[in-house]
Design a protein around this ligand. Structure first.
Ligand code: P6P
Length: 358
């Protein structure tokens, strides 16, 4: 029987590689896993307990808040706020920063999206929690501020996500690779199931909401046409897979290879996804797994945040796929004509010529 390595043990072993590491990271991540177990308990019961359906409230994004959204948000804040390790938290569901009761002693910052993809909850589609951890910048003993939350993604000390699907998995990185853990509900522990996850350099899956095709700029339209052409050498046409739940789409592409794009559009020139709660943590995981994450022009982790709920376009996944998508987005690449189209185009030209020469 494979050795049972819990996430706590795995983090401790990771920390042992850093002499002088205070072991706090272990505590931070076990706080997150505890909160995730509470959320999971409700997510799997959602169909049974009256927490489905919208809570009627609107979150800061102007989106309808489902009860499970609120529940997950409250659980994270309660489960973590009293442990004294975080100076400040910020949630995708809350307009402003959250100062926990023990903020003066906290050394870290937690940014999270408590239940991403929540519009899928009622349809029992996989949803997820995304988290991102930084060291505070403000001095210990002072009250943390929003500036502690507006740090570049490259300064994250840990990040990851929990996916509530057919099984519940937690995937995290502390900058030492990406590791996946599957929850064993019989013992309530996350056990190492996917050590050292790496994303293939090129995949054959693309995830984008083609319903917005008319709002896409030309570069992305050309990129989609490129992916739909037939070319055995580059495994085209790619398969289109779009769940509408970022964590689920990202997790599948991380394991199988491929690209997820939520581009700037004529209706959303900044894109839709949030830099702090979605793009940065997943970009950290993706790069640690050997992938690439940009806004089509610039590395996500290098973007300097200006607002808590700042949005960004997101191109994330296999390195080669993201680079090609960037070339189209930046207008540096054109779609070659379909080889099989050339004979019919030539036939069309000769028919036109003969008509003209009559
Ligand atoms: P659209 C869910 O609301 C979410 O934030 C992500 O989980 C998902 O990838 C995206 O929005 C889906 O957005 O506009 O395609 O429905």
């Amino acid at each position: 029987m494979a050795e049972l390595i819990t996430i706590e043990r795995h983090i401790l072993e990771q920390q042992r590689k850093f002499p002088g590491a205070s072991g706090e990271l272990t505590q931070l991540l076990s706080d997150v896993t505890f909160a995730a177990k509470l959320v999971r308990r409700e997510v799997i019961r959602a169909g049974l307990v009256d927490i489905l359906g919208s809570a009627g409230a609107q979150n800061v994004q102007g989106e309808e808040v489902k009860k499970l959204d609120q529940f997950a948000n409250e659980k994270f804040i309660q489960a973590i706020g009293h442990h004294g390790r975080f100076a400040v938290m910020a949630s995708e569901e809350n307009e402003d920063i959250i100062i926990p009761p023990t903020e003066k002693s906290g050394k870290y910052v937690l940014l999270f999206d408590p239940l991403d993809g929540s519009s899928n909850i009622d349809a029992n589609v996989s949803v997820g929690t995304i988290f991102s951890i930084y060291k505070r910048k403000s001095a210990l003993g002072t009250t943390a501020t929003v500036q502690d939350c507006l740090q570049k993604g490259v300064d994250q000390v840990a990040a990851g996500y929990v996916i509530y699907g057919s099984s519940v998995m937690m995937v995290y990185t502390t900058g030492q690779g990406v590791h996946g853990f599957t929850l064993d509900p019989t013992i309530g522990e996350f056990l190492l199931s996917h050590p050292n996850i790496t994303i293939p350099k090129r995949g054959k899956i693309y995830s984008i909401n083609e319903g917005y095709y008319r709002y896409f700029f030309d570069g992305i339209k050309k990129y989609i046409k490129y992916l739909q052409q037939e070319d055995k050498e580059t495994n085209r046409p790619y398969s289109a897979r779009y769940i509408g739940s970022l964590v689920a789409d990202f997790h599948r592409n991380l394991l199988y290879g491929g690209i997820f794009i939520y581009p700037r559009t004529k209706k959303a020139p900044e894109g839709k996804l949030r830099l702090l709660y979605e793009a940065n943590p997943l970009a950290f995981v993706c790069e640690q797994a050997g992938g690439r994450a940009t806004d089509g022009y610039k590395r996500i982790l290098d973007i300097v945040p200006e607002k808590l709920h700042q949005r960004t376009p997101l191109f994330i996944g296999s390195e080669e796929d993201v680079k090609i998508a960037e070339e189209f987005e930046q207008g540096l690449r054109e779609v070659e004509h379909d080889r099989e189209l050339i004979p019919s185009m030539l036939a069309e030209v000769s028919r036109a010529e003969s008509t003209l020469l009559r």
